[in-house]
Design a protein around this ligand. Sequence first.
Ligand code: ADP
Ligand code: ADP
Length: 222
Amino acid sequence: SDVLLLEAISKTYGKGGPAPVPVLSDLSLRVGRGEVVALVAPSGAGKSTLLHIAGLLDTPDTGRVLLDGQDMTGQSDKARTEARREALGFVYQFHHLLPEFSAIENIVLPQLANGVAGNAAHARARDLLERVGLSHRAEHRPAQLSGGEQQRVAFCRALANGPKLLLADEPTGNLDPATSDRVFDVLMGLVRDTGLAALIATHNPELAARMDRVIQLDVRQG
Ligand code: ADP
Ligand code: ADP
């Protein structure tokens, strides 16, 4: 069964105005359970737009977005926010960790916000940190961690609430090539371990080739 199904999505910015920008037209894609799909796109092809639509931050002009079989098209903002919190994990090129909190607190806080008890949240955060090899960094703040370590903490935070789908935008894009490679291995291990479905945007063809499937977006000519 599909964790994410985009059905015939179209999106044009500035529709009806003097300079419409057609970005996605009649695009369909699926990400199955446990499947890791690479999203490869030249700049301007609509990668961010697609990730925003899949992440329920934006809506398509036409087409449907199904998350774990549930049609999210036309749902209220409240329902979409709830689905984001419960079913989706996000990783960005830059970690966006809270600077005044430790690594473990950054993984605990989203769980507390979701109603998880403190003890359980800490146990899960410790388990995730161990999986990414950062048990010894739990009490450090982001600024005390290397770039690769910061991204690994960000992966843990994305998985803190047990999402069904991970959406990642160049998750190792700000790291040097060797670190990127190692940190990507950690991410793939984490995703495989948890049986998570993932849609991972990358410019790196070698990283894309290590995923189950590659979806290539092309730039549309208006
Ligand atoms: P990518 O992430 O692949 O670089 P985007 O999804 O950010 O592409 O954008 C795709 C195209 O849509 C680009 O040409 C961009 O300039 C245009 N675009 C993005 N957002 C807007 C917007 N809010 N209004 C008008 N054009 C936009
Ligand atoms: P990398 O080898 O990934 O480039 P760095 O050379 O930046 O990492 O850092 C090496 C180690 O030192 C890392 O384990 C990092 O957590 C630690 N470290 C870096 N800066 C600090 C700091 N200000 N306080 C404590 N530990 C730090």
